[in-house]
Ligand binder design. Structure first.
Ligand code: GRF
Length: 188
């Protein structure tokens, strides 16, 4: 199974996936970011599919086709989104539906979306966490594979809370990817 990781940010979750011993065949990013540098450090093939190249109004459908094509070109079987900052549409899911995982920094279905950590803080919940789920066309709504809780401390800000959540994601996500890939290998 050839695994691709899709990222846009610091790549710390990508680093955890690599450190856990999972073989990453490709890192795909949608913008220049540290994740691509990390791929280079680890000698992993990488590709930038720049979202800025898809027009002022951003043609999401075309962009999703380009991402799928880049993955198909490199014979990717399974995709792990790790802080990927672009919502993908049908052309991507036509090819990789049921084979794409995502990690989200909240206990879904609570606090979907890009500002999950800030939203949990603003709401005043005392416990949040992270969710690993199968990515679907509906954002942050696919079948849940694993969750872990993280307590919110009285003096938390978005950065401190997100870092504690990521510390949990760095263990939970690689373990869940490994299980998912094993299951796919045994009943493709
Ligand atoms: C993670 O918290 C992930 O759940 C969210 O983006 C973050 C990625 O972190 N979608 P990093 O850029 O890998 O450090």
């Amino acid at each position: 199974m050839r695994l691709a990781v899709l990222a846009s940010g610091t790549g710390s979750i990508l680093g955890a996936i690599v450190d856990a011993g999972l073989e990453v065949a490709l890192v795909l990013v949608d913008r220049p970011c540290r994740a691509i540098e990390l791929a280079e450090v680890h000698g992993i093939d990488s590709v930038v599919v720049e979202r800025s190249g898809y027009g002022a109004s951003f043609d999401r459908t075309e962009y999703s086709s380009a991402v799928a094509a880049a993955l198909v070109d490199r014979s990717i079987d399974v995709v792990a989104m790790a802080g990927f900052g672009t919502v993908l549409e049908q052309p991507f899911f036509e090819r990789f539906g049921g084979r794409t995982l995502n990690t989200h920094p909240a206990l879904l279905p609570a606090f979907p979306g890009w500002h999950a950590v800030a939203d949990a803080l603003a709401y005043g919940v005392k416990v949040t966490g992270c969710t690993v789920h199968v990515a679907t066309l509906d954002v942050d709504a696919g079948p849940i594979l694993a969750q872990a809780a993280v307590e919110i401390l009285p003096d938390d800000d978005e950065a401190s809370l997100h870092e504690r959540i990521k510390a949990v994601e760095r263990t939970l996500y690689p373990a869940t990817i490994r299980r998912f890939v094993n299951e796919l290998e045994h009943c493709p």
